[in-house]
Write a new protein. Structure first.
Length: 298
């Protein structure tokens, strides 16, 4: 009885939410956005006052020889030991340091607060789902948050050091690499945030397959192209020509792609079972109706 009551309560809640007016939905969305912005602003404010640690240890960490990634590769032997290209970061605009300080604080605030921001977003769309849809998407906040953080860390510890060393050490005539602070930050953001979003690929695959837009056959047929793209990206971002370091970068991306295929296949198979069950039930009803009509005739 308790379980039945819970199901009834969930259905009633869904119906009540669907009966909300357009402006009531906007008001609810506004408060979700406000709470998310407060969380981001709070963390960004804390980060702003940790200026020395944030910039010396985190932001400029990948260009220092004692960065964790370089020490990790050197521990595998001299052939794997990679030293970063030395370069100086300069500022050309009078307010560049201050504006960059603010923008970095906001970006880090968004990264750290991502689990809460996504939770607020999920709280907004969850009441509009049916109980079976909620059940199938259970744990989505935790999974999305973990994948995003893992992607950002992967981009920070593996892609950023290799890419910065490659770009700064690229020789062209007698030019010297002296990037501006704004340019350096833009590249660091490009090496981390998009990777965090790329790591959401299994979740995107789940929802697209659920919506009928994607099928596992599509991903399997594109596996060869995906492997080529992953290897090209790893080769470009790896400054050293050895295969081992390239594979270290390419392997997690390929695993992520295969995980997306597995998630899509699981959702697709579940949908096919439901479709087959519905078709079988429809056939049974048609058969029963046909038998009833025959009895009436006879």
């Amino acid at each position: 009885m308790a379980l039945d009551q819970v199901d009834v309560d969930e259905i009633v809640e869904v119906k009540v939410e669907k009966e909300m007016s357009f402006f009531e939905h906007l008001e609810a969305l506004r408060w979700h956005i406000i709470r998310a912005l407060i969380a981001v602003a709070s963390i960004a404010t804390f980060v702003f006052f940790q200026k020395d640690f944030v910039f010396k240890t985190i932001v400029f960490g990948p260009r220092n020889p004692d960065f964790y990634t370089y020490r990790l590769f050197c521990s595998f032997g001299e052939m794997m030991c990679i030293q970063p290209t030395r370069f100086e970061v300069i500022t050309r605009d009078l307010a560049e340091k201050f504006t960059t300080h603010i923008s970095v604080s906001i970006i880090l605030g968004l990264i750290v607060a991502f689990p809460y921001v996504f939770w607020e977003f999920w709280r907004f769309i969850k009441p509009g789902l049916y109980p079976n849809e909620r059940k199938s998407a259970r744990g989505v906040v935790l999974i999305c948050s973990l994948l995003f953080i893992m992607g950002v860390l992967f981009g920070y510890y593996f892609i950023a050091p290799f890419a910065l060393s490659f770009l700064a050490g690229y020789e062209l005539a007698d030019t010297l690499a002296t990037p501006t602070l704004n340019s350096y930050i833009n590249y660091m953001v490009m090496f981390t945030l998009p990777v965090g979003l790329i790591f959401e690929m299994p979740v995107v695959s789940f929802f697209l397959t659920k919506a009928g837009v994607l099928a596992p056959q599509m991903l399997r047929s594109g596996r060869r192209y995906a492997i080529v793209i992953i290897l090209i990206v790893a080769a470009v971002l790896t400054p050293s020509p050895d295969v081992v370091s390239q594979m270290i970068l390419a392997t997690p991306l390929y695993i992520l792609f295969e995980l997306s295929i597995a998630v899509s296949a699981r959702v697709w198979n579940a949908k096919q079972k439901i479709i087959l069950a519905e078709e079988a039930e429809l056939l049974m009803r048609e058969k029963a109706l046909l038998e009833r009509n025959i009895e009436d005739i006879t």
